[in-house]
Design a protein around this ligand. Sequence first.
Ligand code: CA
Length: 627
Amino acid sequence: MNSARIRLMLIVLLGLSLPSFAQQLKINRIDPINWWVGMENPALQLMVHGEGIAEAKINLETYEGVTLQSITKVENPNYVFVNLLIGPQTKPGELKFYLKKNDVKQTVEYKLKAKEKVTPLTLTQKDVIYLIMPDRFSNGDLSNDKFADMADQEAERSNPWLRHGGDLQGIMNHFDYLKELGVTALWLNPVIENDQPQTNEGGNMRSAYHGYGFTDHYAIDRRLGGNAVYKEFVAKAHENDLKVIQDAVYNHVGINHYIVQDLPMKSWLNQWPEYTNTSYKEQAVLDPNASEYDRKVMSDGWFMPFLPDLNQRNPYVAKYLIQHAIWTVQNFGIDAYRIDTYMYNDMDFMNACNAALKAEFPEIFLFGESLASPVPNVAAFVQNNLKLDFACNLESTVDYQLHSNILKALNEENGWHEGANRVYETLVQDYLYQNPEKLVTYLDNHDEHRFFSVVGEDYRKFKLGLTWLMTMRGIPELYYGTEILTKNFKNPTDAEVRKDFPGGWPGDQVNKFNRNERTQTENQTFDFLKKLIAVRKTQSAVFQGSFKQFTPFDNGVYVYFRIDGDEIVMVASNTSAESKTFETSRFSEIIDFKKATAIDLLTDQELNNISSIQLEAFEAKILKIND
Ligand code: CA
């Protein structure tokens, strides 16, 4: 092999762009960076990016099982799209493309790997999700905090808007802590490269530490550890019985992405004569009376000026995104995708993407971020029982309405529609969802005020909300730090709810991963959550039982049951500021409460008489009922 050939292979394999020289065709990238034989879908579209590549003649060396269907040129001569069919019996190996432009000839190799069996671990109601912002949890590798060749070269913990150096190794270092708490699935905010410059937002320079502006779909951010460490992360998580949820962003990319810097075609992005932000009004997508203007602004307006909006109606864009989604699952072995800004995507594209993922990996769990109001609008963006112009095939979504109604319920007086009735009425609307038990429920996340602050630092309300979360239908999500009673409002910015986990950095004054360094209240909170999670995971009534609720009564008493055959768990809650005692005769359709006994699952106390139940102000009890 001559040196020019070796050099070219390096360029292709490493994705580097070396300076072009006279006798060389310059290929910057081929995406996907590799593929596999034996995939469900035999079609593969390679996007080849290189200076003037469209002027080259491209041939594929004969490879048994592989058919070169077409080569498509587009507006920008720096791109060609190569359509291949990979037959079911094809052997792994290297495809060889022969390129010829004028008198320059070159060979480019492309790897078809052997396909390892990837079976995602589906999420169920038995799971408890723990959400981590990787930059803010723990710094396990000080050598990757910043890189001189990246657009943002700073890492500075004293600045809330800059990168702090947290990484995948830091999370791996604390798998034992997470297992002790009992969570079963880790959702990380995006791990894909964000080689974005700092941006001026509200007068402050901010980094893309949150990860929502991809600049290279095929690279895990080096500051988090890079591709090899992420692969190790997923494998180690699985060894520790922790599932991995990746944050997918299809709607937009970072402005520094090469597909934006050198657009394949104008229609790659949703273009506007002048900058147009999305209205964030999802109602326009659903409204049968909506103007085309409002629909277009909602879907095609940009989420932020530095997050260009992808035109998913463009079939090349759709293919690019879908193939990457599949590549990620096959390459890293992740279990689920949380899909960012779901409502802002093109709905036909999303259905195609979800279906393509499910075709390759039937077990993969997919849930969207649809922060819509009221409940039917959330239901519209997931498999539902509505009759709309489009039918979403997405199996799950975050339950934004249960989230916001729990927060309201705990902060207002009880009334006909207020207090406990808000929660009750939200759950009444489960008839809108095909699979309400699959909804991802939560009290807070990286975009919300910390729950403890929202309830005015009232520890009784804090416990009540968490008890609901961990015993209702759905798959609960906890935001990192909740277990040590982390508080804060997003004031002045969301950085206030994304603080470093104390002890996650070498030299931190206090290490709250360590029980001995936590306060008594923090340990009480950790133990309370640990107990709730254990209830969630061990009581079949809670993790797979039916959900039956009773209309709130006595100005704030709210009772529901989880029932799995003979297993009955009763959750009795008091959303008022007064102590309440009530007779249980109204629940006699569940069991004869005159004879029944119970175990209080939070205190392990045995109750021999539950014909009446007393609850203190803002108290919730979880009772396992025995007949
Ligand atoms: Ca680091």
